[in-house]
Ligand binder design. Structure first.
Ligand code: FAD
Length: 302
């Protein structure tokens, strides 16, 4: 089913992102994690694709396994950096044959070092070129990435939002955001995006923190801000991995509850191929959604 149709039908919607593991053991662990998350009835799951096609076969295998063995709605990521039309046509044909309906069309990160030269052979410059290609050659439902704190290469948010408008004009019918930890930035972004007339659904991307060093690395790579009070709490727990996990789940739960209360109807989780944190967050959100905890109205504590 096409993602905008799922979003229009169900509320709230939760989705989970995975990356294709490098080893057989990793694949088995990933399938276990996805099977555990399936009990939360995700709207869809997604599988990333390495820039330059570096994970092509593994992405395809995981996409097929999740779709056919677990019966999940799978969105396949696809990057165009370094790729020819022919490469892209071939992989899209395979995805179509596998019964996949939704594609997240991306440019992919610019590599550095020797591989950079090979990638210059690619035929598309921007994700919008890929979106136009996919929508003109196939009948996939296509989504794109957006950046509440702007893409690192963009000089400012306004020019990044213009590039986003070009992706929607090219045919993107939904957007998934880069991870963020400060909801105020997301709300501000949403206002600015709606102000320029972008009306497609925007799904916020949330990553429950599981490691201090890892979240610092990711946020440096993608330009997301971690609020100072959260950094302090993380640093206080640096030597207690379990306490970091607990804080990550607690923070992501509060962040998602605030998003849902503000009217957001879907949330995409960056799972890093592990299920416990995303399961804990979504379970808490579903309890809040479905069960009214009796409040003892009118009583006062002694
Ligand atoms: C939800 C999500 C999923 C992701 N999944 C993957 C994945 O599976 N594999 C992977 O390798 N990476 C993935 N990425 C990372 C992504 O590939 C990088 O952020 C990449 O650097 C940019 O990709 P993009 O599709 O946003 O590119 P683009 O939309 O092409 O944007 C890249 C830069 O170019 C600018 N730009 C875009 N169009 C124009 C234009 N017409 N004129 C001038 N400037 C323009 C933009 O403002 C931006 O600064 C993901 C990111 C997100 C948010």
């Amino acid at each position: 089913m096409r993602i905008p149709d799922i979003l229009a039908r169900d509320r709230p919607c939760f989705s989970f992102e995975f990356f294709p593991p490098k080893t057989e053991g990793g694949v088995a662990a990933l399938m276990m994690a996805a099977a555990q998350l399936r009990s939360l009835a995700p709207a869809f799951v997604s599988v990333t694709y390495g820039a330059g096609g570096s994970t092509r076969a593994r992405t395809l295998d995981v996409v097929k396994a999740m779709h056919h063995e677990l019966g999940l709605e799978v969105m396949a990521h696809l990057t165009c950096i370094g790729a020819t039309r022919r490469d892209l046509y071939a992989i899209l044909t395979e995805l179509k044959k596998a019964g996949i309906e939704n594609i997240l069309a991306l440019r992919g990160d610019q590599p550095s070092g020797p591989s950079a030269e090979a990638l210059e052979l690619g035929e598309f410059r921007h994700a919008s070129d890929l979106i136009r290609f996919v929508t003109s050659e196939f009948d996939f439902c296509v989504g794109a990435a957006c950046y509440p704190e702007k893409h690192l290469e963009s000089p400012d948010l306004a020019s990044d939002i213009s590039a986003l408008a070009a992706k929607v004009e090219a045919g993107a019918s939904f957007l998934i955001s880069q991870l963020f930890f400060d909801n105020a930035r997301f709300y501000d972004f949403l206002r600015r995006v709606r102000d320029v007339g972008i009306g497609v659904p925007i799904i916020p991307g949330i990553m429950p923190i599981t490691s201090v060093d890892q979240v610092k690395r990711f946020t440096t790579m993608c330009g997301a801000t971690i609020p100072a009070s959260l950094v302090r709490e993380l640093e206080d727990r640096r030597d207690q991995p379990e306490a970091v996990l607990d804080l990550g789940v607690a923070y992501a739960t509060l962040q998602c509850a605030d998003l849902l209360a503000a009217g957001v109807s879907a949330i995409h989780f960056y799972t890093l191929n592990r299920s416990p944190a995303a399961r804990a967050v979504v379970s808490a959100l579903l309890v809040a959604e479905r069960i009214r905890v009796p409040r003892g109205v009118g009583t006062s504590l002694p």
